[in-house]
Design a binder for this molecule. Structure first.
Ligand code: SF4
Length: 482
């Protein structure tokens, strides 16, 4: 067969497949019951109506405009009723300010559920998914797929845009590169609990053996500010302004992918994701775990479960859930070896003390556990506070029976802090105690601190109206902070 005939046949088949999807009948599970209008969605439609009124259309224009608005209002009302019955309806921040579902909040099975519920073929879900996440697509609008191979028809785009949005609820405002190659991405929130506030993500290139592929770690935020008030953390000074949605967490990664792709010198893609930016991930559990599932979907952002790390200060009850249901990596921010010091510098310890915390670790990350799980213990070295050799010995004892690797973090000072970093000699001596006890122990360099992109330096307390209190130290530490 001639080559052009083959091409014609392929194009014909593609047209028929596309038509088949477009004309698919409603899924049997479609719910078509109308509900009373939800206040926010009705308000959003009223806003749109008001804007249209302000434009003062001619009489002939006004009729179709009003009809279109009524149609959209009706569709949103129908969708509201449908969504209430879907498995993910309990998650916060699913809709934008116009009442449309933000599709980046959904995992692939949830997207299939939604497609089915609004009368589309569930295969649509994979088509949307691939345009959002796969093969360097990362489209910002369904319209961007128009006319492209496997793109959407105008009919579907018109329908989808009435009900849903692929916007992630974040606007990239600033890209700040530090001298060591670390890049901080500053986003403004356009939707959700923290709308108007900002969050940050950090791209951290890692140097490895000569000739090996460059690795890049993306550190993402899970909240606007943080409620945990760790005393050595700049973000903690902000207090909590709101939880990020799954879409806003995913958008950080999608934008980071776009930034890397646009930089020919980067020559690498994201190899690791760590939830160590602003916020306590387990304090926003549902949104974070859905984001983890989106990141690890092989047909999308395809991160390995071994390369995604969720960090926590130790919310013991949620940690139990996490350990029982997730196979991504865990990092525990420990930072102290006595309840007295931890009650001060990691105040959540007053609710979940060291005994409770280490009991959970032994249960789920015990030495020789069947799943081969290991926890990464993060320990920020604060001069005169938690860096003595007795602390190192207590740390060895605390981790007895736990499969743990210890990561010592050089403290990154910020304006207004009274803590000082430990000397490198003290850090090395501390590490020696752990190594002699048979522990793997690494020292994390300070990365990106000239652009306030280093660990514990994200955010801006000056912009927060909920600044957290500075806690008085136990008496014996007064002189250390003087
Ligand atoms: S160290 Fe983490 S948990 Fe603690 S205040 Fe900072 S961001 Fe929150």
């Amino acid at each position: 067969m001639l080559e052009w005939q083959q091409q014609q046949q392929q194009q014909q088949q593609q047209r028929q497949q596309s038509k088949a999807i477009d004309s698919t009948a409603a899924c049997p599970s479609t719910v078509a019951v109308l509900s009373p209008p939800q206040v926010c969605r009705a308000a959003a439609v009223d806003d749109i109506a008001e804007q249209h009124q302000q434009q003062q259309p001619t009489a002939s224009q006004a009729v179709p405009a009003v009809e279109a608005l009524q149609q959209q209002q009706q569709q949103l009302q129908q969708q509201a009723e449908v969504l209430q019955q879907l498995s993910f309806s309990h998650r916060h921040g699913l809709h934008d300010s116009q009442g449309r579902l933000m599709l980046k909040n959904l995992t692939l099975p949830e997207l299939e559920e939604w497609c089915c519920a609004v009368g589309e073929d569930p295969r649509r879900a994979l088509q949307i998914w691939r345009w959002l996440y796969y093969d360097n697509n990362w489209v910002a609008s369904l319209q961007d797929t128009l006319g492209k191979q496997n793109g959407f028809s105008q009919r579907f785009i018109d329908k989808a845009q009435q009900l849903a949005s692929v916007d992630g609820g974040l606007l990239l405002e600033q890209v700040a590169a530090a001298k060591d190659g670390t890049t901080k991405l500053v986003f403004k929130l356009t939707e959700g609990e923290g709308a108007g506030g900002s969050v940050e993500a950090v791209l951290i290139p890692m140097t490895h053996r000569r000739g090996s592929r460059k690795h890049i770690t993306l550190c993402v935020s899970s909240q606007v500010g943080c409620a945990m008030n760790c005393q050595f953390c700049y973000t903690g000074r902000m207090g909590l302004s709101g939880n990020l949605t799954t879409a806003q967490i995913i958008e950080q990664m999608v934008v980071a992918c776009r930034v890397l792709a646009a930089d020919p010198s980067a020559d690498a893609s994201i190899t690791n994701v760590v939830f160590m930016g602003m916020g306590e991930p387990l304090h926003n559990y549902e949104a974070v775990m859905a984001a983890v599932e989106v990141m690890c979907q092989p047909l999308g952002l395809h991160m390995s479960h071994n390369k995604v790390t969720v960090s926590t200060v130790g919310l013991v009850d949620v940690l139990e859930r996490f350990a029982a249901s997730s196979n991504v990596q865990l990092a525990l921010s420990l930072h102290a070896t006595t309840d007295e010091v931890r009650d001060w510098i990691v105040p959540v310890n007053r609710r979940h003390n060291l005994a409770a915390l280490t009991a959970v670790l032994r249960q789920h990350y015990g030495t020789g556990n069947a799943a081969g799980r290991r926890v990464l213990v993060e320990y920020t070295m604060l001069a005169g506070v938690n860096d003595s050799l007795q602390d190192a010995q207590r740390l060895v004892a605390l981790l007895e029976g736990v499969d743990a690797k210890v990561n010592l973090i050089m403290f990154n000072p910020f304006q207004g802090t009274r803590f000082k970093p430990s000397t490198i000699e003290q850090v090395l001596a501390f590490r020696s105690v752990l190594i002699q006890a048979g522990r793997i122990c690494t020292i994390r360099d300070s990365r990106g601190d000239d652009e306030m992109a280093a660990c514990g330096q994200l955010g801006n307390p000056a912009l927060s109206s909920k600044a957290a209190p500075i806690l008085p130290p136990p008496l014996q530490f007064e002189h250390v902070l003087a």
